[in-house]
Write a protein that binds this ligand. Structure first.
Ligand code: ASP
Length: 474
C-alpha cells in the first residue's frame, strides 16, 4: 500500500490527508457520530466519522472490532478538553473521509485488548494468532526480537563473531535429556536426533579455525515441562571461542548483557557490577541453591541480580530423579556435560578421587533462574577418553564420539563457551508469569500445539515409507 503511513507517524502530518490501514480496536456510536480506534503494528489512534459524510457513516455503523480497514482521513489536533496526555496520539484524532473494508472479522472468542490472564490458556493457545494481538504479547515478542537483534549486532560488529548455522537433523548431543528422534527414509531403521544443543558442532567449528562463533540456536529436549522449562524446544544464544580462559567468557557475557539491558530494557537496574561470583559449594551452603537469587529487594520488579556460579564439581551423583540421558554406566555423570574440562590443578585427582575434581564450568543465575551454562572444554584426546571411561562409557558409546576424539588429533585450539537461554533470560528480566508468554507458538504442558493440532497421526503410506510399525493407540 504505497500511500499508507504508520499510526505512530500521524502526529507528523497534522492538517494533512493521510491513508492508514489496520484493525478496528473498539467502536463507540455517539448519536449521529461514530468513533472508533484503529490499530496497526505501531500504535492506536482515535477516528471520528462526522454525520455529514453519509457514505462513510454508513460503513462505520457496520464495522466491528477486528475488521481490517483502509482509511483515508485528515489528521486533526483534538480540542483542548479532549486531549488525553497519558496516551500516545492522545492529542490528535483522525477525521475519516473514506473507509474501505479490506476484510471482515467474526467476533473473536475472547477480548484481544485485555492482558489475557482472565481466560484459560488452552483457549489462548488454540487461537494463538488472536492471542498474539494483545498489546502485552505484541510487546513481549517485539522485545524478544530487539534483544536478539542487539546480541547479533554486538557480537558481529563489536566482537568479531561469525554466525554459523548447524544442522537440525543430526545425531544426539548428550546434554542429559531425552532425545527427539526422526526416522530416516533413506536409511531405513536409522534415526536422526534433533540437537539438544549444537555443542559438538560448535566445538568442531573451533577445530575448523573460526575462533569466535555464535548462533541463535534452537535446542530440542524431550523432558517434562516445569515452571522454568517449556516443553520440547527452546532458544539459546550458543557461543564458543578459541584461545580463551574462563575469565574471557564471563567478561564477554557480562559486557554484552549489561549493554543489552541498557538499550532494550532501560527501566531495569542491575544490582551489583561487576557481577558477583560464587563457588558452587558456597552457594549450596549459604543459599541451598545453585542459582541463588541475590536481589536486594525482591519486591522491586526492575531489579536484576546477575550472579556467576563457578567451581562446580566435574561429576555429580547419577540418581533416578536426576538422570543424565546419554551418560555411561558409572554412578556419577557429568555435572554439565562430558566435554567440560577438569580444573588443571585437579587432573591428578581424576584417578584417585574423581568426585573431588572441579570442572571449569560456569553457570549464570539471574533472580533465582539459571539463565545459562557453559565451560572450558577438553581439547586433549587423552583427557576426553579418560572422562568417557570415568562416566562408564562402553566401547560402543565411546565410538559414537569417534569424530571428536579424532578431531582433537588435528590441531584443536583450547576453547570454551556458554549458552544463555533466550526464553529464560527474558522470563527473568520481564518477570512474566510463564515462558509461554515470551514464545510465539508454545506447546502445552502435555506437549501439544493446540493451534496446529500437533503431534498428529501419520498416514499408513508415510509409515510404510519409513519402515515403521506403530502399536494401536490406547
Ligand atoms: N551446550 C551447553 C548447553 O546447552 C552449553 C555449553 O556448554 O556451551 O547447556
Amino acid at each position: 500500500m504505497q500511500d499508507r503511513i504508520l499510526i505512530k507517524d500521524l502526529h507528523l502530518n497534522i492538517g494533512q490527508e493521510v491513508v492508514v490501514a489496520g484493525w478496528v480496536d473498539i467502536r463507540r456510536d455517539q448519536g449521529k457520530m461514530v468513533f472508533f480506534d484503529m490499530r496497526d503494528m505501531s500504535g492506536k489512534v482515535q477516528c471520528v466519522v462526522l454525520p455529514a459524510n453519509t457514505e462513510a457513516i454508513e460503513i462505520a455503523k457496520e464495522i466491528r472490532p477486528e475488521w481490517v480497514l483502509k482509511i483515508t482521513g485528515k489528521v486533526n489536533k483534538r480540542p483542548e478538553k479532549n486531549i488525553n496526555k497519558d496516551q500516545p496520539n492522545g492529542d490528535i484524532e483522525l477525521e475519516i473521509l473514506k473507509i474501505e473494508v479490506l476484510n471482515k472479522a467474526q467476533t473473536p472468542p475472547f477480548d484481544v485488548r485485555s492482558d489475557g490472564h482472565e481466560i484459560g490458556e488452552d483457549m489462548r493457545l488454540q487461537y494463538r494468532y488472536l492471542d498474539l494481538r494483545r498489546p502485552r504479547m505484541q510487546k513481549n515478542l517485539r522485545k524478544r526480537g530487539e534483544m536478539i537483534q542487539f546480541i547479533r549486532d554486538y557480537l558481529v560488529n563489536k566482537e568479531n563473531f561469525v554466525e554459523i548455522e548447524t544442522p537440525i537433523l543430526t545425531k544426539t548431543s548428550p546434554e542429559g535429556a531425552r532425545d527427539f528422534l526422526v526416522p530416516s527414509r533413506l536409511n531405513k531403521g536409522n534415526f536422526y536426533a534433533l540437537p539438544q544443543s549444537p555443542q559438538q558442532y560448535k566445538q568442531m567449528i573451533m577445530v575448523a579455525g573460526f575462533e569466535k562463533y555464535f548462533q541463535i540456536a534452537r535446542c530440542f529436549r524431550d523432558e517434562d515441562p516445569r515452571a522454568d522449562r517449556a516443553y520440547g524446544e527452546f532458544t539459546q544464544l550458543d557461543l564458543e571461542m578459541s584461545f580463551v580462559e574462563q575469565e574471557d567468557i564471563l567478561s564477554l557475557v557480562e559486557k554484552l548483557f549489561t549493554e543489552m539491558i541498557k538499550k532494550v530494557f532501560p527501566e531495569k537496574k542491575i544490582t551489583q557490577t561487576p557481577w558477583p561470583r560464587i563457588a558452587h559449594k558456597e552457594t549450596m551452603e549459604k543459599y541451598g541453591s545453585d542459582k541463588p537469587d541475590l536481589r536486594k529487594n525482591k519486591e522491586d520488579k526492575d531489579e536484576l541480580a546477575f550472579t556467576w556460579v563457578i567451581d562446580f564439581p566435574l561429576f555429580t551423583q547419577q540418581t533416578k530423579n536426576d538422570f543424565y540421558h546419554g551418560s555411561g554406566s558409572a554412578k556419577f555423570a557429568p555435572s554439565h556435560h562430558m566435554f567440560t574440562a577438569p580444573h588443571p590443578d585437579d587432573i591428578s585427582l581424576l584417578d584417585s578421587g574423581p568426585t573431588k575434581v572441579r570442572g571449569l564450568q560456569h553457570d549464570l543465575a539471574l533472580n533465582g533462574y539459571e539463565v545459562g551454562g557453559g565451560s572450558i572444554r577438553i581439547h586433549d584426546r587423552k583427557v576426553q577418553e579418560k572422562v568417557f571411561d570415568l562416566i562408564g562409557f562402553s566401547e560402543e558409546q565411546k565410538n559414537t564420539f569417534k569424530h571428536m576424539l579424532e578431531a582433537f588429533t588435528f590441531g584443536t585450539p583450547p576453547h570454551g563457551g556458554i549458552a544463555p537461554g533466550i526464553d529464560r533470560l527474558l522470563l527473568a528480566i520481564t518477570g512474566e508469569s510463564s515462558l509461554r508468554e515470551l514464545m510465539s507458538f508454545p506447546k502445552t504442558g502435555e506437549g501439544q500445539d493446540l493451534m496446529m493440532n500437533a503431534p498428529s497421526e501419520a498416514t499408513p503410506e508415510q509409515l510404510k515409507e519409513l519402515g515403521i510399525k506403530t502399536e494401536p493407540r490406547k
